[in-house]
Design a protein around this ligand. Structure first.
Ligand code: PDD
Length: 284
């Protein structure tokens, strides 16, 4: 595998990062995950907007000159990922420095990226995810796509321990998001999803779904869902760059609706797939 590290494209086993890197010592950095369809990197501009905004939020300068799309396209090319699906992971940290909590003077960011083949979840979408609810014990800046993911890791492990696919996080009696996905529910034909703010990640998939709903005039309500209402939803689903639109058919061992993937999730995914197809022809 060929990776990207600080301006070069070395084989992965030749890429070395200092043990003093603040990403390693403090989790001081941010990341992006992008989806590649037949060589086309999906929705790059939205990802770069969130990446730039994340760098501003963590006050990390020094990446302004970088052409993120060229890095991604080169990763796709060098790893021969121009057919089928792949994902790209990009991480930017505050770089190596003696271990002191406050920012180093003039840090040199570490920029790392890799691309890998991805198996589409088409089969899984037919059966749907099973999920459990668990307390959202993360920090109060979940709008930052931080590499400090311990809260998300523990939440996802709780799902793995329960033998299910995803955990739905509950803060103050209301659902925020999945351990690594946006969460949504359908009540009487209306799609509910948490409002943007410091408690959830501003998801790119959510952005695409919102566009689809606007164009089709499907009603969306950006409001937190009370934990007690979840089990009475007609449908539940999670959205993310990797999973796209995925129905959730069971919560805490109980079926949602009739326990089968619902029609709203099905139609949303059809439309989402159409957007991917339309945009594939567009060069980035
Ligand atoms: N996760 N919320 C959280 C906490 C996430 O980690 C993610 C994505 C999302 C969905 O965001 P987007 O639609 O931009 O992918 C919401 C990525 C895929 C990950 O960590 O692997």
């Amino acid at each position: 595998m060929i990776v990207y590290l600080n301006g070069s494209f070395p084989p992965k086993d030749e890429a070395t990062i200092s043990p003093d890197d603040r990403g390693f010592l403090f989790g001081d950095g941010i990341y992006e995950v992008l989806h590649v369809y037949d060589g086309h990197v999906f929705r790059t501009e939205s990802h770069w907007r969130r990446l730039r905004s994340g760098l501003e939020k963590i006050r990390l300068a020094g990446c302004e000159h970088l052409d993120w799309s060229s890095i991604c396209n080169e990763l796709v090319r060098q790893n021969k990922l121009d057919q089928g699906e792949a994902t790209i992971y990009l991480q930017i940290t505050r770089g190596p420095a003696p271990r002191k909590h406050a920012f180093p003077v003039n840090p040199t960011p570490t920029i790392y990226g890799f691309a890998a083949p991805y198996s589409s979840l088409t089969a899984k979408r037919l059966s749907g995810y099973r999920a459990v609810t668990i307390p959202d014990e993360r920090w109060l800046r979940c709008d930052i796509k931080s590499i400090s993911l311990l809260g998300n890791v523990l939440a996802n492990q709780a799902a793995a321990d329960a033998g299910v696919d995803e955990s739905i996080l509950i803060r103050d009696g209301r659902a925020t998001e999945g351990s690594h996905s946006t969460f949504a529910a359908v009540f009487d034909g209306v799609i509910w999803t948490a409002p943007l703010g410091n408690l959830i990640l501003p998801s790119i998939t959510r952005e695409v779904v919102a566009e689809i709903c606007r164009a089709r005039e499907w009603p969306v309500r950006e409001e937190f869902i009370e934990e007690g209402k979840l089990i009475h939803a007609d449908e539940l689903m999670v959205w993310s760059t990797t999973t796209e639109v995925m129905p959730v058919v069971e919560l805490n061992g109980k079926p949602i609706g009739n326990g089968q993937p619902g029609p709203v999730a099905g139609r949303l995914h059809e439309e989402y797939a159409r957007v991917i197809e339309q945009e594939k022809g567009v060069l980035v």
